[in-house]
Design a protein around this ligand. Structure first.
Ligand SMILES: *Cc1c(COP(=O)(O)O)cnc(C)c1O
Length: 369
């Protein structure tokens, strides 16, 4: 790629291909793959990523909210799309755009059936979400009889899949808890399948579950963060490549004299002459304010330049006192060398938060490195 001349998020589709192939190499050939492309495909570009995944042979997509699924349909993506967190107000968009709702409570089931009947749907695909310990969304296992009873009275919907979500698949210290969740899901799927009289697709693992719990792949796996290059594990990360590289450029360099300050509220006060480089990227672009006062850094000509003072909305100032650089030089925030995982750790965060924070005003560039 040519050097950045403004703030850019480079999206490397070859990295995505690599990650998809690596993750699917861990699956049995018949196991289906659901790619999670919520939140702009983890802060990148959901349409570009989804189209590439279609070419790679993905079976399913998931988004969090109905409008995210609508964006994919507007881009002519025809793959089935599971909406993980619908609300009754979204039912119309869901059906109009052939999106498939996760149904997570009896109230939702009742409401969706009533909606589907009213508009004369038959066998509309729905997905039943079971709570096995995350206590976020989902039916309780003791609701299976009610679910099946409600379903037996209508032809408007059909259970395409039943699923659950693991609370700590990346944390092997909590393996006992995860195994309990997996066993719970096993029991639920057996009872549900017996009572329904047909077998829906079953799925319960996310990326770390693919890696750590091969016995729990069931019929389909759901992967998000792994596709974008992070496996929540040092060894796994060696096989995965970050898809996004966030970079910018030096707009101006200032010489700051002893006792002068940099930025709002005099967040940095120079103890000696300091060279400060101003970059056109701030908290409105996805650099959390908590990176201020040296906690965060960018890489300029291979060297770390720490943030001076407070992060502004549209800018940061970084310390380039000992870096040979000039206005117009490139600055890399995260990418394959300083990874989003490493940078996020500096503020006790996780790769997920940092990469999804890149705001929509940052220009996206698609490349194949
Ligand atoms: C976001 C999400 C995923 C993806 O998890 P990763 O850790 O990014 O692989 C899978 N399943 C559900 C229900 C989710 O909400």
């Amino acid at each position: 790629m040519p050097k950045a001349t403004e703030t850019l998020l480079e999206i490397d589709l070859n990295a995505l291909d690599n990650n998809y192939r690596y993750l699917t190499s861990k699956l049995k050939p018949e196991t289906k793959v659901l790619a999670v492309v919520k939140a702009f495909a983890y802060g990148s570009d959901s349409v570009v990523i989804a189209k590439e995944l279609v070419d790679l042979g993905v079976d399913y997509f998931a988004v969090a909210y109905a409008n995210e699924g609508e964006t994919l349909r507007n881009a002519k993506i025809e793959t089935p799309i599971l909406v993980l967190h619908p609300l009754p107000v979204n039912f119309e968009v869901i059906v109009n755009r052939c999106l498939e709702p996760s149904i997570y409570s009896l109230k939702m089931l009742e409401a969706f059936i009533a909606f589907a009947e009213e508009i004369k749907q038959s066998n509309y695909p729905i997905h039943l979400k079971f709570n096995t310990g995350l206590n976020r969304l989902g039916f309780d296992e003791n609701e299976i009889s009610f679910i099946v009873e409600m379903l037996s009275k209508t032809k408007s919907v059909k259970v395409k899949s039943a699923f659950s979500h693991l609370a700590a698949s990346e944390d092997l210290k909590l393996k006992d808890f995860t195994l309990k969740q997996i066993n719970g899901f096993h029991k639920i799927s057996e009872e549900l399948t017996a009572k329904l009289g047909y077998k829906p697709l079953l799925h319960c693992v996310n990326t770390s579950g693919i890696i750590n719990y091969p016995e729990a792949h069931f019929d389909m796996v759901r992967t998000g963060i792994g596709l974008y290059g992070f496996g929540n594990d040092k060894e796994e990360n060696k096989h995965l490549k970050p898809v996004g590289t966030l970079k910018t450029v030096i707009s101006q360099i200032h010489e700051v004299k002893e006792s002068e300050s940099v930025g709002y509220n005099r967040g940095f006060i120079a103890e000696k002459t300091t060279r400060s480089a101003t970059l056109p990227i701030g908290h409105a672009d996805g650099i959390p304010r908590s990176y201020g006062k040296g906690k965060g850094w960018v890489t300029i000509n291979g060297k770390k330049a720490h943030i001076l003072g407070n992060v502004c909305m549209d800018m940061i100032m970084v310390d380039v006192t000992s870096i040979d650089c000039q206005e117009g030089d490139e600055a890399i925030i995260f990418g394959p060398s300083t990874t989003a995982e490493e940078l996020s750790a500096a503020i006790n965060s996780i790769s997920y938060e940092l990469i999804t924070a890149v705001s929509q005003r940052v220009k996206r560039i698609i490349c194949r490195n």
